[in-house]
Each structure stands twice: as structure tokens, then as C-alpha cells.
Design a protein. Sequence first.
Lengths: 243, 116, 501
Amino acid sequence: MNQSYDTSKKIRHLLAGIFTLSLGASLIWLILEATGMPLTPDLGYVMNSVGDTGSINVVTAILMDYRGFDTLGEASVIFTSVAVTAAILAEPVFTLERPILSIITRRAIAYLVPVFFMFPLYVITHGHLSPGGGFQGGVSLAVLVILTHVVFGHNLAMKKIPFSLLTMGEYWAALSFGILGLLGIFTGVGFLANLATGVPRGIPGQLLSGGLIPVLNLIVGIKVAAGLSSLYITLEGNPRRKK
Amino acid sequence: MNPQIPVFITAALVWAIGIYGLIIHRNMIQICVSLSIMESAVIILLVGLAFVPGGSAPILDGHTGPFADPVPHALALTAIVIGAGFLAIALSLTVAMYRKYGTADVKKLFPWDETQ
Amino acid sequence: MRLDPVLLVVTPLISAFLLSLVKKLTPRLAPSLALGLSVFTLVLSTLLAKEVYINGPVASYLGGWNPRIGISLLADQASVLLVLLVSWGQTLGLVFIASYRGFTHWPGKYLVFSSIFTCSLIGMALTADLFNLFVFIELSTVATIGIMAKPDRPLGSVAGFVYLIVASVSGSLLLIGVVLVYSATGSLSMAVIAQEIHALPPGLYWGILLCFTLSLGMKFGLVPMHFWQPWAYHAAGCTGAALLTAFGMKAYLFAFFRVLWVPLQLPSMAPVFFPVLTLWGLANIILGHTMGLIQKDYKKLLALSSTAHGGYILVAAGLAGSMGTTTAGLFALAAGFFHMLNHSLVKASLLWVGRSFLKQASSSTIDVLKASPLGTGIFVLAALGIVGIPPTGGFASKLFIASSAGTPAPVIIIGLGTLISLAYYLRIYLILRDQTSTPSIVKSNGTSVRELNSLFVPGILAMGVLFIGFSSSIIMPVLLNGAGAMMDSGTYILHVLGDLP
């Protein structure tokens, strides 16, 4: 009986393999067909982005300005998934302490944390000048929170970075993203408008340039950092015992 | 040969591996990993599409010349973030099920009888 | 200045952010605030619908960019109908909860999730950008899991997980479709794609069509991919399930039709797909109804019935597409829209009145359901509407769809489906009638008064079914207008791209 079960399992895996390989083959064919099309006209993002948005990083210009509405959408996806995770798993409590690392590691990390802090800060604030932006920097900031938990143990980390601070940071950042978008509506240009609302462009290539793009990067950075670190804390937390 | 072709083949292969994993695995963690693999395949595809012969990163800090297509990069970032949100929910559902029933095997959890 | 359609998307989104903040600071204020904001959305959508029907479609250019490089939204005669439906659904859902829970503290984050869900559905209806459509569909998926998975329901997590797998595969297919379209046409705007898509080779075109059909089909329950629906609605609880099926399914169907007609240009590119769609819809009707017949659980039965009714709408769209932009074609699609409206009213009514049956029986198995006489009355009215007995709206919509079919086969299948659904609703009625004799209203501890209050909203909805049945001659011209806007992609392109270079 066991043998027949194994055989049926093998056949099932073989069928699944053939099915997925044929899916993959048809995908390759479709992509080659699509890229084989005669070259389509350039939309002019590279040509115009500095003049249009003041940001010399074209990807950031698309993310935060031309297609800023998508960015609001994806920020809402992260917002909602944090809320769903919090609704599925109850609010985290740390009844069991994880083994904290040795004193050498803790001392070393304590001195290194400010240095580590510089990288996400740079990535967020220079999002319109160099590769990076709110999302990438926010993720690195969230990693710092996780590092604090791993090195110093949950109880100390929760005392230094309270869960409510993260939650509130996320809510306020999300709200200010939406309200900043409304600025464009009030000036009659369109939702999430940037330079057209009359904010100064600055000199492209300098830190203070790109109109609202650095502000949006900062907001998204705070939001993603708060969201992802509260995701980690919610997943890591011990189940609350119901007595 | 078009240098994009190996990238496309990789993307399709990784996508197929993700779907294969979804079909055969019964453990929720393994399903989460498969979901993640499937999502990365589309990112690889987007990166391959952005390729322009001799193009550099689309950052206009002085140098001229061809640049990679910036739109797929922006789409890839959005897709990554959405995928991360999905993965977080999938993992939290796994944790919830494991806490409640002590197993992450879908076959043991899912009541297959349709009429019940 | 004309009303900007983006406000319809932004209002529920900002409400969701605001509500989660308010819920943290002063939880007691949250329900009233949520109701106020959702009524505000409703007012905005009414104003927008009025504006569109008087002065023609309104486009919104996000950030003021040309639609070729930025994102644009378009509110036309078709999409405002869906926006109205969704915002009514959100408001009625909140009124329904308030009717049995009052305006004090509501546990859980239902307020936030329902706001986000509304935002994503309205976004799906309005957006004129394919990638933006993808973002809104993923947002709706995440919000759906929030509505569905509750920690106190053991199967909620499993249903949520199954839904998540289906939604991930669907999202991956949709993204591949969007990426293929982008690399072939060089644009993401639906209007521009509609102009460029004629150059595509047939093999690539069919691949893209298949990606979109399978992906959105998983979302609204195209036949082999509907298996997650019974579990999802079972897990969601009656209040949330009504949002998912009565309003969510309609938005996915609407997005599917929009993608077929505008960016994919199906009528001119591959008209042979429309009969396939009709057949697929007929398969949905047959399979949904027969699986419903053997179902023992109230909520799962209603979920399978939704699968079948999605089939009726698909049949209408398939017939409309085969006939093209003729009077008969417009009438068929308008009949499909009428069925959408009817099914939304009826399904919400059945699920919300079902809440009181399930509460009194403390089980969702059909054989043990208990009902008060008033509840049974509402159930009967709504069931008449969903089966399609004259003079309800269900009769009118099924008659309109069947009369657009040129061949007898769809008529026979629609008739057969009606008979099967009559059988299972009759079965539930007989069980309810036998259980009704125990009067449960005399309890004086206040809970029964609340149960009575909770019948208010479903009662109004059931009366609405009767009303739209009588006034179909008033509603149909409006829907014909909407169907015209949906099928006329030339006007759509003109309104999105406008006179911009």
C-alpha cells in the first residue's frame, strides 16, 4: 500500500513538473514575441524628468511623481497587511525572553548602531540623487529595529522602541502622505502634484531639490520602517495566554 | 545573441519552480517560500526588460549616453513591496495556525469534505 | 470646476488611515466617524454620477501629467454606476452593523478594512491605467483577507490562506500580462494601449488575453477557479461576506469587462472569444447551481449561488460582445448590469438576514436554522428576487438576458438554473417555516430587540428588489447609457487622451 502511495505521488509530481515546465516554456515564447515587437517610441522620462520634477534619479521621479498614485497604493498595501497581521495575531507580548547575546557583542553593537543609522538616513534623504529612496531606506531602518531585538533581547528593545510608537508613526505617516496629495487638489492641478503646485524646485543635483519628492521619500521611509518593524514584532511575539 | 534571452529563460524557469512548489507542497511554510519564488520571477523578468544595450542606471548626474528603461524598475519596486505584504500575511496565517493546531500541514488542517 | 473623480478613491483611503488613528486614541468615536465619512463618499459619488450623466465623462490626471506618462482616471457613464453601487454597499454595511451593535465600541478592525476595500473597488472601476489596476486589485486582496480572517474563527485562517494562494497566483498572472502588454506596446495607459494593440501578433495577443482572463477569473469565480469562494464566505461571517460577494465580485467583473473592451480591443481583435465567454458563463450557471443543491451550509450555498449568478452576468457580456454595438448588443450588456444590481441587493439581503438565522441557531447548517416570522418574510422576498419570480427584479433581469440570446441553448440553461435554485431556496424556506413556530421575540433582555433591529437593512434591500422589478423601465435607460459607454472604446480613448498631444 505504501508503495502504491509512493507511485501515485511520483506520478503526481511528474505531471506537475510537466505542467509547470510547459507554462514556463510558453512564458518564454510570449516574452520573446513581446520584446520582438518593433521598438516603441520613448516616453521621454529620461529626457524630461529633470525639468519636470527636479529629480536627477529618474526611477525616483517615476515612483514619487509621475506614478505617485501607485506608490500611495503600495504604501496602503503595506499599511493594510500590517493591520491584517495585527488582527490575525493578537497584540504582541514577550513573556519568554530569547537568549541575549554576549556582553562583547552588545557593547560593540551599541557603539555601531549610530553608524548603522547613517546608511538608511542617507538612502532616504538622497533618494532623488542616488539609487535609493523611501522604501529601500525604510527597510534598512526596520532591520535596525530587528537587530536591536536580536542583540539586546525583546524586553529592553520594547522599552527603547515601544510598539505604540511604531504604530502611531505608521498611522501618522500614512495620513500625511494622503494629505500631502490633497495639496495638489487644492491648487487645482491634480492629486499628488509636485512642482505644478508651486513648491520650489531647487537646483537639480543638490540635496534640497525635486520639490515634494524628498518629503514624500521621508514620509514613505518612516511608514515602511514603522510598518515592517511592527510586522516583525507581531510575528515574533509570544501568544497571549487566555486565562 | 540577444543578451536578454538568458534572463528571460531564468525568469520563466524560476516562475515554473514557484508554481511547481505551490502544487506539490503541503506545508504552509514551504508554500510561503514557493509564493515568494513565484513573485521574484516576475521581478527578474522586469529587470531583464529594462535592459538597453550599453545602458547605465537612469541617474542623470552628468554623464550622457544610453540609459536603462526606468519604468520597469519603478514597477519592480512596487511589485516587490506588494509581494512583501502578501508574504507577511501568509506567514502570520501560518503562525496563527501553528499556534492553534500545532501543525503547519495544510492537508491535516483543511477539511476536504466539500459538503460539510 | 468639475468634481475630480480621484476624490472618490482618496476619501475612503484617507478615512481608513484616519479611522485607525481614531480607533487607537478614542475608540468610541470611530463607528460614528466611519459612518459619517462613508455617507460623505456616498454624497460625492452621487454628485459625480449626476455630473457625468449631465455633462459627460470626467477624466482626472494624477499629478497633472499627460496620460501617456502619468496615471489617469476616467469616470464615465459605466464606471459611476459601479462607484455608486460600492459606496451604497459600504454605507449600508455600516448601518447594518450599527443596527445590532449600536454606536459604541466595535471590536476588530472591520472599519479600516471595509474602507480600504471600498477604496480599492472604486479605484478598480475608475482607473484608466493597467498597472494601477493591478495595484488596486492587490489592495483589495489584502483587505479581503482582513475582512475574512478573524482570530476567533478557527477556519478563518485556513480559508484566508487558500484565498491568499489563489490571489498570489492571480496577481502573478496579472502582472505578467501587464508586463507583456508594456513591453509590446510601450505604454501602461489603457487608452494608449487600445490604439497600439492592433499591431500585436495573434499568438502574443491570445497569451495576454489568457493571462487576464485566468487572473480576473480567479477573482470573480470563473468555473474551475471558484473553489475558494465557499470557504472564504463561510469564514468571513455574514456581514463581511455580503461585502465580498455583493460588491467585490461585481467590481472584478466590471474590471474584467473594461480590460476586454478598452485596452484589449476584443471586439475587433478576437471576437471569437465572446461566444467562449458565453459558454463559460453557462458552465458557471450549471455548476454553481448543482453544487449549491447538495450544499448543507447556508453561507457556502449562497457563495455557490454567487458563482452561478456571476455566470449570468458573463453570459450577458458574451452575448453583448458577439452582437457588437447594436441595439441588441447594448440591451444585452445593460441586462447584465441590471442583473448585477439585482444580485447585489438580493445577496446582501440574504446574507444579512441570514445572520439572525445563524445567530439563533448558533450554527450555519441549513437543517437547524431558526427564524422569526419577520426574518422568514424577508428571506422569502429576497429568495423570490434571486430565483427570478415575477414581479421582482430577478425576473426582469433574467428575462432580459434570456431574450437577448439568439439561440435556444442559453435560454434552456437559464431556465434550468432557475428551477434548481428554486429547489434549494424552497428547501430552506420549508425548514425555516417549521422552525418559525417558536416565538423568540418575547425575550426581554434586549438582545432580541437588537436582532429585530438587524432585520431593518435586509428588509429595505428586499423591498428594493421588488421596487427595481416594477421600475425596470426607468432603470434600463440609465443602464443602456452605461452599457454604451462600456462598449464604445473610441469615446473612452477620446475622453482620456482628450485633445492632449
